[in-house]
Design a protein around this ligand. Structure first.
Ligand code: ATP
Ligand SMILES: Nc1nc2c(ncn2[C@@H]2O[C@H](COP(=O)(O)O)[C@@H](O)[C@H]2O)c(=O)[nH]1
Length: 198
């Protein structure tokens, strides 16, 4: 399992217990997060707000809090989001309060967010550790995104175009995990989440 470590410059505050997982659409972030949810309840997983419609397999409050554009606007205006971004025609954001509460209580927190959100967190939570999830190859990324079957072809193409930009940003992250084996990545990610968290 290749891990490439980057420069670490993390301050001694509660945000050092925060880990951010990003990577191109279809690389397997949600799959890894689901594995962490099942096997490592000691890690708290943030549940994002989104204006996207639920997929048939998704339950409100589990994968996401599904909400309206108006409510999302209100949350931004009221400062309730730690970060937020527009992605492939929808908006996604991290509710601030539950994250801050867990971090203050000393609980490790994992965010699964896109590159734009990760960049915001790097500025506002400078102690956070940023992990980039990379595909074994471009062809495999295309296969996974298409094979998932959750988006129409034009949305897949839009997400793949964004994926090229996201792959180019890998060097901004503190570590890279290549998602060849879900179990290996789960274990490596857990090691990174629990490292340097005292
Ligand atoms: N290591 C792996 N080997 C093979 N298939 C995988 C692996 N990891 C995930 N997948 C599959 O790839 C597809 C995309 O995974 P997933 O939905 O977790 O990606 P994602 O990064 O969360 O995407 P998005 O950002 O669009 O939400 C799924 O069908 C999943 O089962
Ligand atoms: N900036 C944020 N990005 C988020 C958040 N929650 C999820 N995401 C990212 O959105 C895309 C698309 O997700 P999908 O479920 O529609 O496939 C993906 O990259 C997620 O990581 C968030 O709170 N903020």
């Amino acid at each position: 399992m290749p891990i490439q470590s980057g420069t670490e410059n993390r301050s001694a505050d509660t945000s050092k217990r925060l880990t951010v997982l990003s990577g191109p659409s279809g690389v397997g972030k949600s799959t890894i997060v689901q594995e962490i949810r099942q096997h490592h309840p000691e890690v708290w997983l943030s549940v994002s707000m989104t204006t996207r419609a639920p997929r048939p397999s998704e339950t409100d409050g589990v994968e996401y809090h599904f909400t309206t554009e108006d409510d999302f606007d209100r949350m931004i205006a009221d400062g309730e989001l730690l970060e937020w971004a527009g992605f492939s025609g929808n908006r996604y954001g991290t509710p601030r309060r539950p994250v801050v509460e867990r971090l203050t209580a000393g609980i490790p927190v994992l965010l699964e967010i896109d590159l734009q959100g990760a960049r915001q967190v790097r500025k506002t939570m400078p102690g956070a550790f940023h992990v980039f999830l990379a595909p074994p190859s471009w062809e495999e990324l295309e296969r996974r995104l298409t094979g998932r079957g959750t988006e129409p072809a034009e949305v897949v193409q839009r997400r793949l175009a964004t994926a090229r930009e996201e792959l180019a940003a890998e060097k901004e992250f503190d570590a890279t995990l290549v998602n060849t084996s879900v179990q290996d990545v789960r274990d490596e990610l857990l090691t990174l989440i629990l490292a340097s968290r005292v």
